[in-house]
Design a protein. Structure first.
Length: 317
């Protein structure tokens, strides 16, 4: 009985398409063509020049306008891990794709800023007030940087000096919790009248200050995590941070050459609060960093067959 019912069901199912083929076909309805287009997305210069490398370019507008540093921006980049030793202004390093921080060199406008002995540098000690963009290379760094790290490279690019135009002055002030504020002022100007289609020497000056008290409340276990009875709420002391910076960048075009020079000075003063259950009230750390960079480039020598760039840089701490 079961087999008979199954055979009948197969006959019905196979007969249904045959009946449907006898129906008359529906008339085709012509449709107007639909064109879908969109403007091409702009490709950053670093990505266009290095199409085979894994490179990500992050704009630094938010860094200047908000209470953020370069470390805050890099935390959101894929493949990058930031290691902080505290709050704002504390020692912070980065690793790319699991590499150690010493394998990821840091550059500012193409000049390395890591210590010669360890290769490490704290990104919080670098001023971010005059940044234009941050380029993160996951893997080998491009040849113009001159130093390839196994993990990759991070280069901070400051805003260039103008090639012409009227003088401009811009400034900003922002504030946050725990007595945190940032202020900056920037001036850019051409040093001569620019003829049509030509560039003239230009100068950019930037001054900034970043400060925080860092006196937040936290729960201290007094070094006994397994004994919650002695936990108490304390306020962080000696956790303030102050950074003042000034930078100048000058560009001079010559016959077939571009001279680009920059000078920056950063001074920091911060407290060292110590352990949560034994806070240090008077330990301090002060430092100053001055950097000089001179670059001469010729983008089109021998009728465009050769591009040459040479430069020197110096650092004093």
């Amino acid at each position: 009985m079961t087999l008979a019912r199954a055979g009948a069901l197969v006959v019905v199912l196979l007969a249904t398409p045959a009946a449907a083929r006898g129906d008359e076909p529906l008339d085709a309805i012509p449709l107007e063509p639909i064109d879908v287009s969109a403007p091409p997305e702009p490709v950053p210069d670093a990505a266009a020049e290095n199409p085979s490398r894994f490179v990500e370019v992050v704009g630094a507008d938010e860094v200047r306008e908000r209470l953020e540093t370069a470390v805050d921006v890099l935390e959101d980049v894929a493949g990058v891990r930031v290691r902080r030793q505290g709050g704002l202004g504390s020692f912070a390093t980065i690793s790319v794709r699991g590499s150690s921080p010493s394998k990821v060199p840091i550059f500012v406008d193409g000049a390395p800023v890591g210590e010669a002995r360890s290769g490490l540098v704290s990104l919080e000690q670098l001023s971010s007030a005059d940044l234009d963009r941050i380029e993160v290379y996951r893997g080998f760094a491009p040849a113009p940087l001159g130093e390839a790290g196994i993990g990759g490279a991070v280069t901070l690019v400051t805003r260039a000096a103008p090639e012409g135009g009227a003088p401009e002055v811009s400034s900003g002030l922002s504030a946050g919790s725990f007595d945190t504020w940032r202020g900056w002022v920037s001036m850019r100007s051409a040093l001569a009248d620019a003829p049509p289609g030509e560039s003239v020497p230009g100068l950019r000056l930037t001054c900034s200050a970043l400060r925080t008290q860092g006196d937040y409340e936290f729960v201290s276990d007094h070094g006994t995590p397994l004994a919650p009875s002695d936990d108490v709420t304390l306020r962080r002391v000696n956790n303030d941070f102050l950074q003042a910076s000034a930078a100048a960048r000058l560009r001079i075009p010559l016959a077939g050459w571009d001279l680009d020079g920059s000078l920056s000075f950063v001074r920091t003063d911060q407290g060292l609060p110590g352990l949560d259950y034994d806070q240090a009230e008077h330990a301090r750390l002060e430092g100053a960093d001055a950097r000089l960079r001179l670059v001469a480039s010729a983008p089109a020598l021998l009728d465009g067959l050769l591009a040459l760039e040479t430069g020197v840089y110096a650092s004093l701490r």
